[in-house]
Design a protein around this ligand. Structure first.
Ligand code: UN1
Length: 498
């Protein structure tokens, strides 16, 4: 066990302890005795200092040409590549995901850096003809100001990158509030931004508890935008506080993603997708497959195949290259998953495999939950409606394609979705009729790429899309500019009409 790392806040280019001095610690979820890091339990005073720094820096940063701003982000991408292995090992120890997935988490950050940096030389606006002669009209993107980025622990590098990189290229300054479970990952990431040479105050980091630091940031009158990824419950609070002052807010929240397997599907392929979608990252992705909607003709066969494959999954610490399913992030989440199993049993679902906290051998030292399949689930059950965020998948039997789509849509969420079929007509009909921000045809519900829009419909989000070019609409405001070069007053809607 190595010595715990001491994390600090990063405000106005300086590494600082919290003014009130209290600290918290993060632990290895595969070995709860191992403290990974201590970090400041910041208060409103630290938030205030970060907001002042970010506001001041904004007045300079917004005037740096976008291609020059983007060069810093490009440099961050290079440094992320340099430190990829070190970061992946840290993710493994602090968040718990298997090492290959941890490398993927960093890779997503690298991809996002190069994609966002290239946008610095575009940030396209529009020109549009005016209705008046000798008048020019254009629409340009303007930065918004100080952005608070509140991020979860499940992608401790990728998700902060999705937010911070486009925010900075667009000319905003940033205050990053990472999840309490992954402060060391966040600190290393901000060290990299600092090493890239960003001017003081452009990127700030404030550690602490969501209820304290997150809330103070969201409510602060000089924070102009909040970008939040997390639970729907917290997202609703964030949204309502922002609503009081019409603060810009981008919310990415829960999912209850389903994979449909039709009777004509390639079952081996659908099986690979289901196992990866449901149990990858131990089901702790907002895009995780938590429902499998199976056509009655293949239900029995597919269920047997799934059970067999699930029984062979190797649970363990993420640092072990043989591990396929890592730990659950903390005790609270582990208990939450366990409670959903009690609910499932009480509702009449059948636990086909798994269903318990795993404690065999070394697993006892961490927070592990057995990969679990719930059978005989009906669409109204809570386990078919609520996000569990663990390695638990619910099987629902259907008689037809139409029923499959209707059950898939029957939740308050709408993030990711998937259908396995060889029928092109059904594939396109599904693409049209599924109510979700993302639909995969013959692929699992996880695995979004950074250069495409990411987000969901219904209660998954509030209409925004991160990633892709759509993220620019989150981090900029449109300004419409009219230039009248006629030298006289031209009255729109009046002087050009008889
Ligand atoms: C999340 O779980 O919040 O599509 C993001 C995926 C990943 C991102 C997941 N690229 O599964």
């Amino acid at each position: 066990m190595s010595t715990p790392q001491t994390c600090r806040n990063y405000i106005n280019g300086q590494w600082l302890t919290a003014v009130a001095g209290a600290t918290l610690e993060s632990r290895n979820p595969a070995n709860k005795r191992e403290v990974i890091a201590t970090f400041p339990r910041s208060t409103g005073t630290d938030v205030e200092a970060a907001v002042v720094a970010a506001r001041q820096a904004y007045q300079i940063w917004r005037l740096v040409p976008a291609p020059a701003r983007a060069e810093y982000v490009f440099k961050v991408g290079e440094l992320l590549s340099k430190y990829k292995e070190e970061l992946a090992q840290l993710i493994c120890r602090e968040m718990g995901k298997p090492i290959a997935e941890a490398r993927g988490d960093v890779q997503e950050g690298i991809d996002c850096a190069f994609y966002s940096a290239a946008e610095g030389r575009r940030l396209f606006g529009q020109t549009t003809p005016s209705e008046m002669p000798n008048k020019f009209a254009m629409t340009v993107r303007m930065p918004i100001g100080v952005c608070a980025l509140i991020t979860p622990w499940n992608f401790p590098i990728a998700i902060p990158c999705w937010k911070a990189m486009p925010a900075l290229v667009c000319g905003n300054t940033v205050i990053f509030k990472p999840a309490e479970d992954t402060p060391a990952c966040a600190t290393k990431l901000v060290e990299i931004f600092a090493e890239a040479g960003l001017p003081p105050g452009v990127m700030n980091l404030v550690h602490g508890v969501g209820e304290e630091v997150g809330k103070a940031l969201v409510a602060h009158p000089h924070v102009d935008l909040v970008s939040f990824t997390g639970s729907s419950e917290t997202g609703a609070e964030v949204g309502s506080i922002c609503g009081q002052t019409h603060k810009r807010v981008c919310l990415e929240m829960g999912g209850k993603n389903a994979q449909i397997v039709m009777e004509d599907a390639d079952l081996e392929l659908a099986l690979d997708g289901a196992v990866w979608g449901a149990f990858g990252t131990a089901g702790q992705r907002c895009t995780a497959t938590s429902r499998l909607i199976l056509h009655q003709d293949i239900k029995e066969k597919f269920t047997a195949m799934l059970k067999e494959r699930t029984s062979k999954l190797r649970l363990g610490a993420g640092s072990d290259p043989n591990t396929q399913v890592g730990p659950i992030i903390n005790e609270r989440q582990l208990q939450r998953i366990s409670q959903y199993l009690d609910i499932a049993r009480a509702e009449g679902a059948k636990v086909l495999i798994g269903g318990k906290i795993a404690t065999e051998g070394e697993l006892e030292n961490g927070y592990f939950f057995q990969p679990t399949i719930l059978d005989e689930v009906t669409p109204q059950m809570r386990v078919a409606q609520e996000e569990i965020f663990g390695p638990v998948v619910a099987l629902i039997k259907v008689n037809s394609f139409e029923e499959a789509i209707s059950i898939l849509n029957n939740t308050k969420y709408g993030l990711s979705s998937s259908i396995y079929t060889r029928d092109i007509n059904r594939a396109f009909t599904a693409m049209r009729d599924i109510e979700a921000g993302i639909t995969y045809i013959n692929g699992p519900t996880i695995g979004a790429e950074v250069h495409l829009p990411f987000g969901g419909v219904k209660q998954t989000g509030n209409g925004h899309r991160e990633a892709g070019t759509t993220t620019l609409d989150v981090f900029t405001e449109w300004k419409t500019v009219y230039v009248d070069f006629s030298g006289s007053l031209q009255r729109a809607q009046i002087d050009n009409r008889k």
